[in-house]
Design a protein around this ligand. Structure first.
Ligand SMILES: *Cc1c(COP(=O)(O)O)cnc(C)c1O
Length: 390
């Protein structure tokens, strides 16, 4: 491999020997095409006319009045498919096409990444298989239907707990045997090199746009930039726009579930130890024997026991700070934003807003915070209702 894929001690590619040629081919293709004028122009067209970029930056005045400082929302919820996931799926899908691959595979947990990939598979006319745990298939039947309508095959994964981690294992295994014609479209800024780098590249439009929009609308850079962290793709894309602006504080918000002390959460950076999962060294929720722990959160999209390696590095260097928001506060904030702004935030994104709500009255009124609204909450209405009726 040409690059080490290391972020400090984190990252790398801890994979079986048979997968190395596939990752090498991917690294080489990304190096070759990501700045190629034809590729850049075609992706820019798709971002604009298919996905709906640039997404707006919206000054949420009533939410700002409530917390006592200025909050701007980066509206990734308005993109096609309802979340930031389409950025990465379009980028990697196009890369697959430029590489001459004819088939796509992807893993999915809640179904959001599977759906974004199924859409891109339809758009590019590529045969698409989505690996999904049997537990998740049952919990997320609407997304399963949508993927099938797009023409994708949903492959049930029986192993383990039938969730995201098992789906990734099976997708990697399938890829090993089918690398010649198949592209593995990985969904977050995690996994083996070169995925963390590739996914960050395709998601960095979030931060680049937000930085410019904030300068235009507020006349200066924000003091604070906040995003939720599952595997870390929307957050790393947002942070990418501001990481060189030393005075901008970066905060990632993980799923605190029922509280870190209960063990029922998905806060890998806040509560994990260094380990290896899905081909990368990262902070990982594991027991004393290194067995991966089950995660729990009200938002399925944050339910991942590990996290992207660059976030681990940003944490250790102190450039970004990571905190956790608990389910109860997330539910309150979901209702708060909806009531004050008429915007239903995805429960994932609501973690970032819950952190800001917790700062109510603690910051000067001129403080500017930019929060990434990574997705829309229509998919979560039933979950919120059920949680409130318990
Ligand atoms: C999948 C998802 C996330 C979590 O994934 P990241 O890779 O951490 O961004 C966050 N928000 C929404 C709306 C999602 O669908």
């Amino acid at each position: 491999m040409k690059h080490s894929g290391r972020f400090g001690q984190f990252g790398g590619y801890y994979v079986p020997e048979v997968l190395i040629p596939a990752l090498e081919e991917l690294e080489e293709a990304f190096d070759r095409f990501h700045e190629d004028p034809a590729f850049v122009a075609e992706l820019a067209q798709l971002f604009r006319h298919y996905a709906g970029r640039p997404s707006p930056l919206y000054h949420a005045k009533r939410f700002s009045a409530h917390v006592g400082f200025q909050v701007y929302l980066k509206r990734e919820d308005l993109l096609h498919g309802g979340a930031h996931k389409i950025n990465n799926s379009l980028g990697q899908g196009l890369l697959a096409k430029y590489m001459g691959k004819t088939k796509l595979i992807a893993e999915t947990g809640a179904g959001q990444h599977g759906l974004a990939t199924a859409m891109v598979g339809a758009l590019l006319g590529m045969e698409t298989k989505i690996f999904m745990g049997v537990t998740d298939i049952e919990r997320q039947s609407v997304n399963v239907h949508k993927m099938r309508l797009c023409g994708a095959e949903v492959v049930p994964v029986e192993g383990g707990t039938g969730t995201l981690k098992d789906a990734i294992n099976d997708a990697l295994r399938y890829w090993t045997a089918n690398v010649t014609d198949t592209f593995y479209l990985f969904g977050s800024a995690a996994g083996p090199h070169p995925y963390p780098t590739i996914v960050k590249h395709f998601q960095s439009c979030i931060g680049t746009e937000a930085r410019q929009q904030c300068l235009e609308q507020a006349g200066r850079l924000p003091d604070l930039v906040v995003a939720c962290v599952g595997g870390g793709s929307n957050a790393i894309g947002m942070f990418a726009g501001f990481v060189d602006d030393k005075n901008v504080r970066l905060v990632g918000v993980e799923a605190g579930g029922k509280g870190l002390e209960t063990g029922k959460h998905a806060a890998s950076l806040s509560a994990g130890k260094v380990g290896i999962l899905h081909g990368a060294k990262a902070y990982l929720l594991q027991d004393e024997n290194g067995q991966v722990l089950d995660t729990e959160s009200i938002s399925a999209g944050l339910d991942y026991a590990a996290v992207g390696p660059e976030h681990c590095y940003l944490k250790d260097t102190g450039r970004a700070r990571y905190v956790a928001a608990v389910d109860d506060d997330v539910l309150d904030t979901f209702e708060l934003l909806t009531r004050l702004e008429g915007i239903l935030p995805a429960l994932e994104s609501t973690h970032a807003l819950a952190y800001l709500a917790g700062l109510q009255g603690k910051l000067p009124p001129t403080t500017i915070a930019v929060a990434n609204l990574s997705g829309r909450g229509d998919k979560d209405v039933g979950i919120v209702e059920k949680a409130r009726n318990q």
